[in-house]
Ligand binder design. Structure first.
Ligand SMILES: NC(=O)C[C@H]([NH3+])C(=O)NS(=O)(=O)OC[C@H]1O[C@@H](n2cnc3c(N)ncnc32)[C@H](O)[C@@H]1O
Ligand SMILES: [Mg+2]
Length: 432
């Protein structure tokens, strides 16, 4: 038996045709001897009408009380029906219950923790299905861009022996008789690979033992990172803006139905396709914030609140560059024109979303990097291999990390990063 995908049925061309479909009961009601069963599959929802005069009272009676999410298959005639939720319905001449469901625990109105405890059942809803499809296109577009621009995908380790982004967010893991850490970032290993392939990228999970629960931090997130030999900071910012522009363009082109289903205003997304993105130095960002009445001094890091205020000045993603070295990582190259600041950049998404990309030009001088490692209190022995890259043919090089869930939050207009990943991990949440 051939089963149509539900989205194929929602068309005038299908009206009058006999079709078969299968899926799960999303909603159902019984009125006057007819069951109106809304069936969903991965492509959409359609109403199936089961008339007791055609298929018997017993079936309609069963459907009256059947649990949501029961799996079913039906055949019948597609009919244009303005009163049906998606404008069409199938008047069934056959209907089979494949998998019963009793007391499906998600009825609407439940609290956040309850829904997280039942995440394995929640994430099948049409809302989340739309989010996973947008995420799929983001990942596909990222891979496509790198391939077209001649970058090599590589597979950096997830089990590591040293910190990349500070010791405070390391997850230790027992590694045989030694202690290792889950990767915070593939960056240091990508820097190794550029001496082989010159332009490399990777998509890996990154792990951050974030102590506080915020709307934009996860303990495990998907990290799209890239590193290139010969590229300076400006070269790498051009890579980032072209990559993000391409991703947004692909989502607008292929996932418009899902964006609409999520109620997403796409005006800001459309402007994000245009490059180049604005560039603002940290000094200027501080001035903007001070003019807005923020009590912030030069040298402070920009947190979520400051970033949110800054995004009010822009209608598209924008870069903040040249941060004070104290608020950025040890590997970032000091600005030769002003050693107080680093050649680092963040890309902030508009509409209050803030940082989605962090990147920089790397310190390529052995002695200066050694100095920065010592200044940051790291054990030099842990970075001997990383320093070796500056001993044997060092080159100017730069790279960045893009948080996939951060980008998805902005593109899909989500309120919380936990909705950007099927099984969010953060402090106090490891189940299911
Ligand atoms: N290859 C590189 O140069 C990347 C560099 N080592 C790095 O990890 N930078 S970053 O810490 O800003 O993280 C990069 C991005 O990773 C995202 N990020 C960073 N931390 C998180 C958490 N906790 N949850 C979700 N997303 C996170 C966010 O978008 C950041 O801009
Ligand atoms: Mg960052």
């Amino acid at each position: 038996m051939f089963f149509h995908q539900i989205s194929e049925l929602l068309s005038d061309d299908m009206a009058g045709k006999r079709v078969c479909l299968r899926g799960w009961i999303y909603r159902r009601s019984v009125v006057g001897g007819k069951a109106f069963v809304r069936v969903r599959d991965s492509t959409g929802v359609i109403q199936v009408v089961v008339d007791e005069a055609v298929l018997g009272e017993e079936l309609v009676k069963t459907l009256k009380d059947i649990g949501l999410e029961a799996s079913v298959e039906a055949c019948g005639t597609v009919t244009k029906q303005p009163r049906a939720p998606t404008g069409y319905e199938v008047v069934a001449d056959s209907f089979r219950i494949l998998g019963y469901s009793r007391d499906f625990p998600i009825k609407g109105g439940e609290g956040v923790e309850y829904l997280l405890d039942n995440r394995h059942l929640v994430i099948r809803s049409p809302k989340y299905t739309a989010i996973w499809k947008i995420k799929h296109t983001i990942l596909d577009a990222g891979r496509e861009w790198f391939k077209k621009d001649g970058w090599w995908e590589v597979t950096p380790p997830i089990l590591t022996a040293s910190a990349c982004e500070g010791g405070a967010t390391l997850f230790p893991v027992q590694y045989f008789e030694k202690q290792a850490y889950l990767s915070q970032s593939a960056q240091l290993y990508l820097e190794v690979m550029i001496f082989s392939l010159e332009k490399v990228w990777s998509l890996t999970p990154s792990f951050r033992a974030e102590q506080s629960r915020t709307r934009r931090h996860l303990a495990e997130y998907w990290h799209l990172e890239a590193e290139a030999a010969w590229y300076d900071m400006e070269d790498m910012m051009r890579v980032v803006e072209n990559l993000v522009s391409h991703i947004v363009d692909r989502v607008l082109e292929e996932r418009r139905r899902e964006l609409d289903a999520l109620g997403r205003n796409v005006d800001f997304l459309k402007t994000a396709v245009e490059t180049p993105y604005p560039r603002v130095k940290y000094d200027e960002a501080i001035e903007i914030l001070q003019k807005k009445g923020v009590d912030i001094k030069w040298g402070s890091d920009l947190g979520a609140d400051e970033e949110r205020l800054l995004t009010q000045e822009f209608d598209r993603p924008f870069f903040v560059t040249h941060f004070p070295k104290e608020v950025k990582s040890f590997y970032m190259k000091l600005d030769p024109e002003d050693p107080r600041v680093v050649l680092g950049f963040d890309l902030l998404a508009p509409e209050g979303y803030g940082e989605v990309v962090g990147g920089s030009q790397r310190e390529d001088d052995y002695d200066k990097l050694l100095q920065r490692i010592i200044e940051n209190g790291y054990n030099v022995d842990d970075y001997k291999w990383y320093l070796d890259l500056r001993k044997y043919g060092t080159v100017v090089h730069s790279g960045f990390g893009l948080g996939i869930e951060r980008l998805l939050m902005w593109i899909a207009g989500l309120d919380h990063i936990r909705d950007a990943i099927p099984f969010p991990r953060f402090r106090g949440r490891i189940y299911p």
